[in-house]
Design a protein around this ligand. Structure first.
Ligand code: LLP
Length: 400
């Protein structure tokens, strides 16, 4: 982490500010690519929802990723950024059929996750090959909000319905060309991945036109010193083993896809914000920040841990603080956190703010969203303007 560069960014662009170091994204991409180099026909689809700024998406395209998208808006932005249709996979959940039809018209890859939507699709577009997202009935992921592969989850097609879909495929009422499973985020246990991977191969055997096996995302990055992370080599080895055990993969030259978000961009991001006050109460010291869960919701929403560094005064005596936001609700960034002596006006930096931070921000409390910059070849380049009041008022209709 380059504190000098972050300070420079704050002085130049103000705060709150998101900063992304593109060299970290590039290194993560290379680690993944190298880890999977012994797997033929391997492709990385970046999960656009984790960080959807167009300059980041274009950077991903330069690196050579495809795109995992979940809304028609993400699909359209991907196309605007120059991704080829067949490199964009649209994996919606519970969207209207109109949206699926729009994706069909844009000729992107479609990955459906309900029997209901598949039946509708087969009525109109039976000759357009699609993938299916299967619910593997596996509980995995860092917390319950990001665990989506269990049997009570709204995601994925229950395995009980697969025979019916295979029957439709046999009768050419639908063409299933891909099998997809995504069980959650922040998965570290290899067993959980392996269990899901095995299911993908089992399901694939039911369908004769399969060309794509999509293993989803969910790779864990460390959030603090000593925190666990997904072991990329073990992951690729376990997929390699399954490929070796299932000759149809090589025989039919199947495409193998991973769709990480956090792994590629999580560690590249820094969120910088100023200390408005250090508020004392008889038993606590609150750091009151020039931000709130409107800009950075992970700690409030998931109780996520993000390392916090006082970049103005990094090496002083540490004190214990509750770090809170300015939203008129309980928006805690961190409780009882030891940070190097914090004074009014200091700039704090939240680490690992690349994934699901800016992309989950909102205008709650009528607050404007931060500017965003990236560090590329040691230069600071703005990639998003700070919003102003017009962003809040635009589109509102004054009827009085
Ligand atoms: N594929 C699908 C179908 C997904 O739903 C997701 C994430 C991914 C791939 C990428 O997962 P990743 O590699 O980033 O873990 N907002 C939460 C994470 C929600 C993930 C939603 N789906 C967080 O901040 O922890």
């Amino acid at each position: 982490m380059n504190i000098k560069k972050l300070k420079e960014a704050e002085i130049k662009f103000g705060n709150p500010l998101y900063v992304y170091d593109l060299s970290i994204i590039e290194n993560q991409f290379k680690e993944l690519k190298n880890g999977f180099q012994n797997i033929k026909n391997f492709k990385i689809n970046f999960a656009a929802k984790s960080l959807s700024n167009i300059s980041i998406l274009k950077f991903m395209k330069r690196l050579g990723t495809g795109l995992d998208t979940v809304s028609i808006e993400e699909v359209k932005i991907g196309l605007i950024c120059g991704f080829n249709n067949e490199d964009i996979t649209f994996t919606p959940n519970g969207v209207s059929f109109n949206e699926i039809e729009e994706a069909y018209n844009l000729k992107v890859k479609i990955n459906l996750d309900s029997l209901e939507s598949i039946k509708d699709f087969s009525k109109k577009f039976s000759s357009y090959p699609i993938s299916i997202r299967v619910n593997p009935n596996i509980l995995s992921g860092g917390n319950k909000n990001v665990s989506v592969g269990h049997d009570e989850s709204k995601f994925g097609i229950p395995q009980d319905y697969l025979d019916e879909i295979a029957e439709m495929d046999n009768k050419k009422n639908i063409i299933i060309e891909g099998i997809h499973i995504h069980t959650g985020s922040d998965i570290v246990e290899l067993d959980n991945f392996q269990e899901a991977f095995k299911k993908i191969f089992l399901v694939a055997k039911k369908f004769k036109n399969v060309k794509i096996l999509n293993f989803g995302g969910g790779l864990k990055i460390p959030y603090f010193k000593g925190d666990s992370k997904t072991n990329i080599l073990s992951l690729s080895n376990s997929i390699k083993k399954l490929i070796n055990d299932n000759s149809f993969v090589i025989e039919n030259n199947l495409k193998i896809i991973l769709e990480p978000g956090k792994f590629l961009v999580g560690e590249s991001g820094y969120f910088l914000t100023k200390v408005n006050y250090v508020k004392k109460t008889p038993n606590k010291l609150f750091i009151q920040l020039n931000s709130g869960f409107n800009h950075f919701i992970r700690p409030t929403f998931y109780d996520s841990f993000h390392e916090i560094i006082n970049i103005t005064n990094p090496n002083d005596k540490k004190y214990e603080y509750d770090v809170v936001g300015y939203i008129c609700e309980q928006d805690n960034f961190a409780l009882k956190r030891k940070i190097s002596n914090v004074r009014k006006g200091d700039i704090l930096c939240f680490k690992n703010a690349g994934a699901y931070c800016s992309s989950m921000s909102s205008n709650y409390n009528s607050r404007i969203k931060p500017a965003e910059v990236c560090i590329w070849e040691n230069k600071l380049i703005k990639i998003k303007e700070r919003e102003d009041l017009n962003n809040i008022l635009n589109g509102q209709i004054d009827i009085f």
